[in-house]
Every structure is written in C-alpha cells, then in structure tokens.
Design a protein around this ligand. Structure first.
Ligand code: SAM
Ligand code: SF4
Length: 389
C-alpha cells in the first residue's frame, strides 16, 4: 500500500527526492560480469536515471512509443508476450503521423518505435515515417527482428541523426536451426540467413559512414538456446557486427502459457556462465525472474509514457496496446490532438485506478521496475511525486 493516498491530477510537475542513489551507468552484477543493467537502450530500468530525467521534465511524456506495424511477417515467436492477442483495427497514414509528430514537437520526447504482436518495419511507409521523425529532430530507438531491413532503410538509419538513437534487433539464436525452432518457422526457412545478412550490411554501412547509430543485438535466454555452445557461437557469429550483445531472460506472456522458459536454477547457471565473458560489448539485463511482480497497487509509469498503436489509440503502456485493453485507451490521435488526449479526463481516470481495476498486471519489465521502485520510494517517504494540477 502507498503510505499516503495517491493524489489525483493529470500532471506530475515537480519531482523531488532525498534518495542519494548514484547514477552511474556501469554496474558489476552479482556474478562479477561487466554487465550494464542500465544500458541506455533500456532507458527506464535505472531509477536514478529516471528521477534525473523527471526532475528536468515539463509534464510532457518522457517517451512516446509508436507501434506502426500491423504484422510479424512469417515469425510466430514461441516466447512472445503478445501470443494469442489481437491488435486493434485501423492504420495511421503518414499524414496522421506528421500531425502527431508536430503535436509532440517542441517537447522532444524520446520516440521508441516498436510493437506488440507486430514488427514496426511492417508499416508500409516505414522509411517515410523515420524520415519525418529524424527531420523533426527526435531521438529514436527501434525494436525489430530485422527481416525487413531494406537497403533504403539501412542508409537512412546511418545518415545524420541524434547521438542517442539506436536499433535493437532480436536474434535469439546462433544458427538457422535454433532460429527456426524459436520463431515458429519451417526447417528449410531462409529467414535466419536474411536477418544475418541484414545485420552485416547494417553494421558495414555504419562503419563506412562513421554513423553514431547504436546497434544492439538482443538474445532472450530459453531452454533451446542457452548452452555454452549456443552462446559462444552467437558471440562469435555476431560479435563483430554489433555495438552491444544484450542477453536477458524473457517475461511470461500476458495470456498464453510460457513455452521453453528456463527454471530459476537454470537461469542462475546461465547468468553465471555469461558472467565469465569479460567483454564490454556484452550486456546482461539484471532480471532473474520471468514472472510479473504483484507488489504494487498503482501504475506510476503511465504518468510519463504513452504508447500509440497502429490505429492511433493512445495507451498507458506498450503491453496493453492491444484490442483486449481498448477500454484503457485515452483517445485516438486520428481524432484528437495528442495534447488534448494527454490532458484528458480519461487519462486522469486511469491514473486513479488501481492496477487490479485496470486488469492489466502485464507491465513490461522497464515499467514494472519503475512501478515497483517508485511505489517503494514513495512508501518509505524518500520520494515525493508532486501530482498537483
Ligand atoms: C514485442 S517485440 C516488438 C518488435 C518486434 N516484433 C520484435 O520482435 O523485435 C519487442 C522486443 O520484445 C521481445 N520480446 C518478445 N516477447 C518477450 C518476452 N516474453 N519477454 C521479453 N521480451 C520479449 C522481442 O524479442 C523484441 O526484442
Ligand atoms: S516477438 Fe516480435 S516478431 Fe515475434 S511474434 Fe512477438 S511481436 Fe512478432
């Protein structure tokens, strides 16, 4: 329980803290690895960084996440947390995005481009969208499987843009057999080879242009891909084509059964194994549980994030940008301006609801750790979140 009732109001304008936590990015984990659990790509995982950003904020979202894509192509990833869940109907046009980005302009939130049950690159005008985002001066981070990385997009990604921008490509495998098994593909599929070639081309273009785009390759640790041989092979195959190789354990899906997840003791063994790789490129996200945390009552993460699905619906977080949770949407950007939606009574209403009433105990990990830590800091009176209008 919170030590005081959560004040109502739509703005969180002033944030103060007497928590003296250090805000260094580098941490040694308990296994001694040079793992960075506050990797810049995983922006909100580190509470010190979040608080510093909140103190400088102006009541506008720190990050807006776009889910422009409408499908995953041939991929049916066994671990996906959106399995068995449908997207809302509708697709924003490039004009809708242009208007939305104008609404966001001047406030400069970070634009995350991802999806749940979709790959963002499946948006038919993806290059046009990215050009708009860059032209309007936003920093961005893209999460994709990399299958639809075209030559045009590779060049665009490596042309001028902000220092902070990155792309994270989920690979999860060191060879085609494992890739096909994990991603629901037939044994003779060529998807893995195409993804690998795209990654090699992307990195070659980055090197040729000396671009500042950060290239992360993600690896979710599961029963079928976590042997020492698998991990060695992945590092050997991809180590020269990425800035960061990022390992983590997957989170249980929202509604479907978890398939092929490691047990806790196996997770510990794999993390210990990863701890032996003394390599600055290797990041291990500091989560050891796949299950969702149930220890907090209110969602505080929704106060500084917004996620916009392919149809323009604005949701409190990326994990609920799905048809089943349409009742949590604050409005649609094809009908209203983003600012009106951000300041709406509907948004205020979800802030006042407990997560039990929101029926959404499905946070992704960055939001879950924010919720856990902010609720705890408020409980112990080490953090004051001023939510005055
Ligand atoms: C939901 S996807 C969206 C973008 C795109 N479809 C993709 O897979 O990259 C974003 C990231 O979440 C990861 N992901 C999917 N299911 C997950 C799970 N159960 N736990 C943790 N991460 C997961 C994906 O591998 C991907 O790196
Ligand atoms: S992980 Fe990404 S590509 Fe795979 S099924 Fe989920 S949303 Fe689609």
């Amino acid at each position: 329980m919170l030590s005081r009732p959560l004040p109502s109001g739509r703005d969180w304008l002033v944030v103060t803290t007497n928590n003296r936590s250090k805000s260094s990015f580098a941490h040694k984990n308990e296994y001694g690895a040079r793992a960075r659990w506050a990797d810049r790509g995983f922006r909100y995982n580190y509470i010190g960084d979040l608080i510093a950003r909140l103190m400088k904020s102006n009541g506008f979202p720190l990050q807006v996440e776009l889910h422009p894509g409408s499908h995953c192509g041939p991929l049916r990833c066994s671990y996906c947390y959106s399995r068995q869940q449908a997207l809302c109907d509708g697709l924003m046009t490039i004009d809708h995005y242009s208007k939305l980005l104008d609404d966001l302009g001047g406030h400069s939130p970070f634009i995350e481009i991802s999806g749940i049950g979709s790959d963002p690159l499946s948006y038919p005008d993806f290059c046009k969208l990215l050009r708009l985002i860059k032209r309007k001066g936003f920093s961005f981070g893209i999460h994709t499987k990399g299958l639809l990385l075209s030559r045009e997009l590779i060049e665009l990604l490596n042309s001028e843009h902000s220092e902070e921008s990155y792309i994270t490509i989920g690979v999860d495998s060191a060879n085609a057999d494992t890739y096909n098994r994990l991603h629901g593909l037939p044994p003779n599929s060529s998807v893995y080879n195409r993804v690998r070639e795209n990654i090699v081309s992307l990195y070659a273009e980055k090197s040729r242009r000396h671009s500042s785009l950060k290239i992360n390759l993600a690896y979710l640790l599961l029963v079928n891909n976590s042997s020492k041989q698998d991990i060695d092979e992945f590092i050997q195959t991809f180590g020269d084509y990425a800035d960061v190789l990022r390992f983590s354990i997957p989170q249980v899906p929202n509604v479907a059964d978890p398939i092929g997840y490691l047990h806790r003791t196996e997770t510990d063994q794999v993390l210990r194994l990863l701890g032996k790789y003394a390599n600055d490129k290797i990041t291990v996200l500091n989560f050891t549980e796949s299950t969702h945390d149930e220890a907090f009552e209110f969602c505080l993460a929704q106060r500084f994030n917004a996620t916009i699905d392919k149809a323009g619906n604005v949701f409190p977080c990326p994990q609920v940008a799905l048809k089943d949770y349409l009742s949590l949407s604050w409005g649609n950007t094809t009908e209203h301006s983003f600012l009106d939606i951000w300041n709406s009574d509907r948004r205020k209403k979800t802030q006042e609801m407990s997560v039990r009433d929101m029926k959404c105990r499905v946070c992704d990990r960055k939001d879950e750790s924010i919720n856990k830590e902010l609720n705890h800091l408020m409980d112990t009176n080490r953090f004051v979140l001023d939510l005055k209008r």
